[in-house]
Design a protein around this ligand. Structure first.
Ligand code: SF4
Length: 300
């Protein structure tokens, strides 16, 4: 593994490993491989959804001299110890799924392709297959790789939105595809390599957009507001200006800080509405889990 050569060259003694959930089945094997080269490892068992979550203070406290951040690209966050970002790719053949499922795209000729870091190697094969079947394909490079998007950065889609009839998001599950509703209004399909299908996300998109609009409309009437902030290094934004503004409108405001934001942590607090200043996916993916409206600051 090139990454182990890199760690050895850096004379690392103990590594703190952060990784996405999708790599859980492989993480023990990765850890043992690193240890077989004489480097100690500690596996971070707190969920790591992106490079916005950099646990340098925890790693340092545990005597680690480096963080190995697997499956995420550098977010530009300053760290107290060195960080190696490992662009971990999954090698999945999309052709059997495309052959079986391409009919679901028959209404669309111009297709925009996007994907997450793990599947960027698949994009060329998908592009070639679709072009050979009469489609016009658009792909943009806004992050490190062609077509790459993050859960909170869909610039690669935004830049080609006017050219395409729909988007096809290559990946596993609906997370990245649904994120496109943050910045585009075209129909969304996901090429789900895990489940072996092309899934139409448009019904879910419309339902989510309705909930987002309803939640926003609740803000004006709400008297008691909670501002959600996370102390994850890449998610923190100061809440005080927003608090002052809302108080100026006559509202009672509380700043609620936590690591990962979950509905259970605010249960029992007397609030009517929540505004999240942390990961913008909080006001998209988990809406059904909250008992009161939750709104992303970016959307108000
Ligand atoms: S802010 Fe949210 S969507 Fe963006 S990288 Fe972090 S966890 Fe992912």
């Amino acid at each position: 593994m090139d990454i182990i050569k890199k760690l050895k060259k850096m004379k690392v003694k103990r590594v703190f490993i952060q990784y996405p959930e999708g790599l859980k089945l492989r993480i023990q094997q990765i850890s043992k491989k690193i240890e077989s080269e004489g480097i100690e490892t500690i596996i971070c068992c707190e969920p790591t959804y992106g490079a916005c979550d950099l646990r340098d203070e925890e790693a340092k406290r545990l005597g680690c001299d480096l963080i190995l951040h697997i499956g995420h690209c550098d977010f530009g966050i300053k760290s107290k110890i060195p960080v190696v970002y490992w662009d971990y790719f999954f090698d999945v053949d999309p052709l059997p799924i495309l052959k079986k499922e391409i009919k679901k795209l028959k209404k669309f000729r111009k297709i925009g392709l996007v994907t997450s870091l793990q599947f960027v190697k698949t994009i060329e094969k998908v592009k070639e297959y679709l072009e050979n079947h009469g489609k016009e394909i658009y792909v943009n490079k806004s992050l490190k790789y062609l077509g790459q998007i993050l859960g909170c950065d869909v610039r690669a889609a935004k830049k080609i939105e006017d050219d395409v009839d729909c988007f096809l998001c290559i990946g596993a599950g609906k997370f990245y595809g649904l994120g496109l509703l943050l910045g585009t209004d075209k129909p969304i399909f996901s090429l789900d390599l895990e489940r072996g299908m092309i899934k139409d996300l448009n019904k879910l998109k419309r339902k989510t957009q309705k909930i987002i609009a309803w939640n926003k409309s609740c803000l004006e009437e709400s008297k008691r507001i909670g501002i959600l902030i996370s102390w994850k290094k890449g998610q923190f934004k100061s809440p005080f200006k927003l608090k002052k503004k809302l108080e100026g409108e006559g509202k009672e405001v509380y700043i609620l800080a936590m690591d990962e934001i979950t509905p259970e942590k605010i249960e029992g607090l007397k609030l009517e509405c929540l505004i999240s200043l942390a990961c913008p996916r909080i006001g998209i993916d988990d809406l059904n889990r909250y008992k009161i409206p939750v709104i992303n600051f970016g959307s108000i």
